[in-house]
Ligand binder design. Structure first.
Ligand SMILES: Cc1ncc(COP(=O)(O)O)c(C=O)c1O
Length: 452
């Protein structure tokens, strides 16, 4: 009997991994799997065990692995913070090294936002506005601003100071009828409420923004702390960027009403979108940006919140300290791995390559699959792309694709619910992309010829 408390106790023990390198998993039975997911959850931006990251971590280990963030200064942290803020042209000029996980970054941003208001005497600003179909992490605070059915179990434990508005997903078609407040398809509206059939992109965006304005009217801006959302809806929905102008309108409303804008880029930031930060596609100036998960390619976890020095000034004069922290804030091994990652991005012009290859992937898939009834769309940015399918049994269709790709072609793709997400490592070669696309297109066509 295993001594591991398994997350999925009813399932078979997963396959044993002996080694990972580049874009490959080496399994028992001499099997090798090509990873098109950057480690399934998108953390391994530079693939597994990148030699330069390994070297950087080994060198750092000779000095120290970690020093307490509260009492010591690590000069590498300063170098990294300067680097990370430089991409925003000092618009976001401070980095808070908050901990290890993305959830910690989300919690830190929420706490910072609250504290900034509190320290200015705006003590009623306690509410967060978020969107249905979001995922912002697994701690109770992060779950409270998420909307993931498997986490509903914890509903009674969650803070209540959260108000949810519609997701912003122009790819979700919806027959919602505002007059009767019901969706004609019968689904719970949070699962369904995307762009209505009667709307175009502009009117859809306008409605989503109006919903935010209505929420402010209902709650009162004096009671609202922040709006929190993923800049690009992530793996749950399948890589959906917001419509043009959505974020700039949300941002304007936030500023007018003294509400902070917190963007969660844990999944879709740090280069994944083809720009270093995803919000840069929209020329925004958010107040807090959560970064984590993919900062070090898995060498040592590190998460941060990007923010503004004006907030530090407020805290300096107010509480005098940030009232939150974790033991492994600013983990020194993570800092060197993150710094080295940025050097590798720049020296190899990786973001530019991502954008070129991304367009190629979208074009190839669209051309090959566009005439199939099972193909809905392909969307995303950079190496955060999803192919959506539409069948009578989407889950079975997904299983079929996943298993065929894995068992027959030895490729790991992230296929679940209604889509396949392509989140390859930034270092993947064009020939490997071609190989995966060829096998995926074959598999998708074969699956489409079956009945679901
Ligand atoms: C958008 C987003 N936010 C937050 C998180 C939480 O990150 P972590 O699992 O590192 O706590 C995730 C994790 O997948 C995520 O995708």
């Amino acid at each position: 009997m295993t001594s591991i408390l398994n997350k999925f106790p009813n399932q078979k023990t997963p396959r044993k991994v002996l080694k990972t390198k580049g874009v490959y998993y080496y399994l028992d039975k001499n099997e090798k799997i090509l990873d098109f997911t950057s480690g399934w959850t998108g953390y391994a931006n530079l693939g597994f065990c990148h030699p330069r990251l390994v070297k950087a971590v080994k060198e750092q280990l000779k000095k120290f692995s970690h020093i307490d963030f509260n009492i010591w200064h690590n000069p590498n942290a300063e170098i990294l913070a300067k680097k990370m803020t430089s991409y925003t042209k000092k618009n976001l000029d401070k980095v808070y090294f908050c901990g290890s996980s993305g959830s910690e970054a989300v919690e830190a941003a929420m706490k910072l936002s609250y504290q900034v208001h509190f320290d200015q005497g705006k003590k009623k600003k306690i509410n967060f506005i978020t969107r249905f179909q979001s995922f912002n992490g697994s701690t109770l605070q992060a779950i409270s601003v998420s909307d993931l059915p498997v986490l509903d179990l914890y509903g009674k434990l969650l803070p209540k100071n959260v108000y949810k508005i519609s997701q912003h997903n122009p790819f979700a078609k919806c027959n919602f009828d505002l007059k009767i407040n019901k969706c004609k398809c019968g689904k719970h509206y949070s699962n369904c409420m995307g762009k209505m059939t009667s709307e175009n992109k502009t009117s859809y965006t306008k409605r989503c923004v109006e919903e935010f304005e209505n929420a402010i009217k209902k709650l009162g801006s004096e009671n609202i702390c922040a709006f929190i959302g993923e800049t690009q809806l992530g793996s749950l929905i399948g890589d959906v960027p917001a419509e043009k102008n959505y974020w700039s309108m949300i941002s304007k409303i936030c500023k007018k009403n003294d509400i902070h804008l917190i963007l969660d880029e844990v999944y879709n930031g740090f280069g994944r979108s083809g720009k270093i930060y995803n919000f840069m596609w929209d020329k925004l100036s958010p107040d807090f940006v959560c970064i984590g998960k993919n900062t070090t390619s898995g060498l040592a976890p590190l998460s941060v919140v990007l923010t503004k020095s004006k907030f530090e000034e407020i805290i300096k004069k107010g509480s005098g300290r940030i009232r939150s922290g974790h033991t492994f804030q600013g983990f020194a091994l993570g800092i060197v791995a993150c710094l080295e990652s940025l050097k590798i991005f720049e020296e190899n012009n990786l973001l530019n390559k991502i954008n070129i290859n991304s367009k190629y992937i979208v074009k190839t898939i669209s051309e090959e699959l566009k005439n199939l009834e099972t193909f809905s769309n392909i969307r995303g940015r950079g190496y955060g792309i999803s192919v959506e399918h539409s069948t009578k049994n989407n889950i079975e269709f997904s299983k079929n694709i996943y298993q065929k790709m894995f068992n027959k072609y030895k490729i790991l793709v992230n296929t679940k619910y209604h889509r396949t997400s392509f989140t390859p490592a930034f270092i993947i070669s064009k020939s490997k992309i071609d190989y995966v696309l060829d096998k995926f297109i074959k598999t998708f066509k074969e699956a489409s010829s079956k009945k679901y």
